[in-house]
Design a protein around this ligand. Structure first.
Ligand code: TIU
Length: 230
């Protein structure tokens, strides 16, 4: 395929140049998706995030078959936690009355140290493992652009447009789309391939992206993307 492809989207159809568009899969890590991980300890509803794996695999396969660049991100810290924003560390368990969130980043969980690079829980779920040619961005924060190489890698590949998927909609997915929008990337979030820990958060997060003629970008269903790429 050549040139621009166009799909139905909100707030109006999204046109993207295939050769300059990348798929960005945010944080599909065991720590956010599997039982015993950081997300469950935070109080997240795992059912919704687990349901996003299969549609994300469909999107990933379609983008791979179309020859698109694929970027994966992982949230996590170096083992010393020296790269962890201090706000992330201190606010986890300190809240008065907290009885649930008893383990914090760096503590030992069922899948290794929580959100620490190199641990089993920090890696991407089996179904969505990156291929060798795909870019994996390890990020210390919620957004993918803070303290990472992603901007340079996207520029090196000539990427101007992003299809965005991943978890959680309200957290790292939204933060990344906002960061990308401020840097001039045209982003389209794909509804069925993102999920939140609370369905109201997901709805509100997606609504905010396309509100007011596309405040931060576009939102589209998965099927039109699969149709246009096939
Ligand atoms: N807390 C929460 O909802 N998510 C995160 O901490 N990370 C991501 O969203 N990846």
């Amino acid at each position: 395929k050549q040139g621009f492809l166009t799909i139905e989207a909100k707030p109006y159809p999204f046109s993207f140049p295939l050769k300059h568009t990348a798929l960005l899969v945010i944080d599909m890590q065991r720590d956010f998706i599997c039982a015993g991980g950081f997300g469950e300890i935070q109080g997240g509803n795992l059912e919704a995030v687990q349901a996003s794996i299969a549609p994300t695999k469909q999107l990933l396969d379609a983008c791979r078959d179309a020859g698109m660049h694929v970027f994966h991100t992982r949230e996590g810290q170096v083992p010393s936690l020296a790269d962890c924003p201090s706000s992330k560390l201190v606010r986890q368990a300190a809240a008065p009355g907290n009885t649930q969130h008893l383990k914090v980043i760096g503590d030992k969980g069922e899948m290794g140290r929580l959100l620490v690079r190199g641990e089993y829980g920090h890696d991407i779920v089996d179904e969505l493992q990156p291929l060798p040619a795909e870019v994996v961005i390890d990020k210390p924060g919620k957004g993918s652009f803070w303290n990472t190489q992603i901007l340079h890698k996207l520029k090196a590949y000539g990427i101007t447009h992003l299809l965005v998927s991943g978890v959680t909609t309200e957290c790292c997915f939204s933060t990344t789309i906002r960061e990308a929008n401020d840097r001039g990337f045209e982003c389209c979030g794909i509804v069925q391939t993102t999920a939140g820990y609370n369905s109201d958060f997901k709805t509100a997060s997606l609504d905010m992206i396309y509100w007011s003629q596309g405040l931060f970008g576009f939102v589209a269903d998965l099927q039109p993307v699969l149709d246009v790429l096939s």
